[in-house]
Design a protein around this ligand. Structure first.
Ligand code: UDP
Length: 329
């Protein structure tokens, strides 16, 4: 029986994708070096190999032991701020790591890969909502490394027997309804988990980075999409390639733009807590507004969102944070 290999399956989006794959009766193999992921996030029904995608011997040994017919690739560093301070770390892990993974795929005749990309490839958009055909001018190094991989996938798919789907996520958030897995990073930088940490008194206040943007309330606007909706898109993307679909790129967003202040207000309502705020200057590399058009994913992959209204997002994330105030530790 063939298997799906999830690299980075111990991370936030990866662990949710593994859970949905298993719910859909797929055989799942997880590979993760646990540098930012958590062993406790790995689904008990998946086979786990600890190792690094930059290590070709590790990959070749894995491909000898497991018959893999599709790879879902989440293994990357994903902090915008850190990527601006340490760009070479991001190029090494995100771009070189994927190069090694692709080489091993070619050598082991694995045809399909789903790549975890990002709205950060667009940079500051010229038009809203953003279509997949919009110009790609990343304003931060994290987005630049994801775009570099997308280009590498394009050329590799022309030269070798590889087909890819690149999924450009907008702002992933929320947690599985079981609250057994959720968003945990050893250094948390994302808005929603930080707000919820403030709600459960694990943080004194939330910083608002930038109150002088040209938006309705001066704060930046993002398109928040539930991680379970994202996870389901990966299953559809694998099916799409297996059914003969050609290499392709899809946005995955909710299509609704919410400002930082709107998210804080919604979180106060859901949690019934006062969340103190501090207004700070803009964070380097942050675009003013990102809202997706996901019409292409709806039309071609038959993708639909079930969980991405802000109430479901915040209440699922809040349940996770209340049950796991220290994440997985
Ligand atoms: N943000 C904020 N305070 C924080 C973390 C984030 O104001 O403590 C803002 C950030 O500047 C951006 C939005 O919230 O405009 C979403 O940031 P996040 O890091 O969650 O995701 P990103 O859009 O960077 O992928």
């Amino acid at each position: 029986m063939s298997n799906i290999l999830v690299v980075g399956g111990a991370g936030y989006i990866g662990s949710h994708a593994v859970r949905e794959l298993i719910k859909n009766n797929k055989n799942v193999v997880v590979a993760d070096n646990l540098s930012t992921g958590f062993e406790k996030a790995i689904n008990k029904n998946a086979k786990f190999y600890k190792g690094d995608i930059k290590d070709k011997n590790f990959l070749n040994a894995l491909f000898k032991m497991e018959k893999i017919d599709a790879i879902i690739h989440f293994a990357a560093f994903s902090q915008v701020g850190e990527s601006m301070l340490n760009p070479l770390k991001y190029y090494n892990n995100n771009v070189h790591g994927t190069e090694v993974l692709l080489k091993a795929m070619v050598e082991n005749n694995i045809e399909f890969i789903i790549f975890s990309s990002t709205a950060a490839v667009y940079g500051e958009p010229e038009t809203i909502p953003i279509l997949e055909t919009a110009p790609t001018n990343p304003t931060n190094c994290y987005g630049a490394t994801k775009l570099a991989v997308e280009n590498m996938l394009k050329w590799a798919s022309i030269a070798y027997n590889i087909k890819f789907v690149s999924l450009r996520y907008f702002n992933a958030c929320g947690a599985d309804s079981s609250a057994e897995i959720g968003e945990a990073h050893s250094l948390e930088t994302h808005l929603i988990p930080l707000i919820l940490k403030a709600a459960i008194n694990k943080k004194e206040y939330i910083n608002i980075f930038g109150t002088d943007y040209n938006t309705k309330d001066g704060t930046a606007i993002r398109d928040y999409i539930h991680v379970t909706d994202l996870a389901q898109a990966h299953i559809l993307a694998v099916e799409y390639l297996k059914n003969g679909g050609h290499s392709n790129i899809f946005n995955l967003g909710g299509g609704v733009g919410l400002s930082v202040r709107e998210i804080i207000k919604a979180a106060q309502n859901i949690t019934n807590c006062i969340i103190p705020v501090k207004e700070k200057p803009r964070r380097k590399g942050d675009p003013r507004i990102l809202i997706a058009s996901s019409e292409k994913a709806k039309r071609i992959l038959n993708w639909n969102q079930q969980y991405s209204d802000i109430k479901t997002i915040l209440s699922s994330a809040f349940k996770w944070h209340k049950l796991h105030p220290n994440g997985y530790s």
